[in-house]
Write a protein that binds this ligand. Sequence first.
Ligand SMILES: Cc1ncc(COP(=O)(O)OP(=O)(O)O)c(N)n1
Ligand code: 3NM
Ligand code: MG
Length: 221
Amino acid sequence: MRPLDAEAVRRAMQVYLVMGSVNTARDPVEVLRQAIAGGITLFQFREKGTGALVGEARITLAMRLREVCSQHEIPFIVNDDVELAVAVEADGMHVGQDDTDAALVRARIGVGRMLGVSAHSALEARRAVQAGADYLGVGPMYPTQSKADAHAVLGPAGVAELRAAGIAVPVVGIGGITPDTTAAVMAAGADGVAVISAIAGAADVRAAAAQFAAAVRGMQA
Ligand SMILES: Cc1ncc(COP(=O)(O)OP(=O)(O)O)c(N)n1
Ligand SMILES: Cc1nc(C(=O)O)sc1CCOP(=O)(O)O
Ligand SMILES: [Mg+2]
């Protein structure tokens, strides 16, 4: 496989839905379909937290979501679990600082799949890039209810700090982001926003995704 085009990765960051079955009371497959209709550009399967599926049920859901992404040409990323990513032929992986070492993940998935790494400082960002990260997830931007062990809030200043330190790879902000706060995250230097609750938990998933897409486009005009 050929290495990914950095500009294609940057474009994929724009509206990045992160979701597992615990993030919605509805069928996650239907939520994903609605989110795609609203304009998301990337999807991460993050089956984690109290009540998360395990075993065959987890693999089955991953495959169903993967299929929807394939149908709509939305890249499908797996959180944490590199063997699941390989098994379902995911388009990429996301790992954090306490997960499998990013360089080992890169070696396992090869150069043709996207590798995202969480970073909370310029030092972590530099190490992630050195290990082969295609993009960085930086957060939390704001307080979040969706991650029990979240880092202290960095705010958009956390993204600005990385840009000021010369980190040029695609960056997505994550944590507590809403359509109203998207502009601040983008203005700090992010290429997009990664979102769980404001899309997966919205009464109208399609409309919520569309609001994020409009907010991102508004910053590019
Ligand atoms: C796009 C994106 N950014 C950051 C994270 C957080 O990853 P991590 O710190 O490994 O925490 P968990 O999500 O695994 O609980 C992410 N998942 N996606
Ligand atoms: C998965 C995740 N990672 C974070 C980080 O800061 O790295 S915050 C977070 C949860 C994001 O969910 P919501 O959009 O509902 O706040
Ligand atoms: Mg992780």
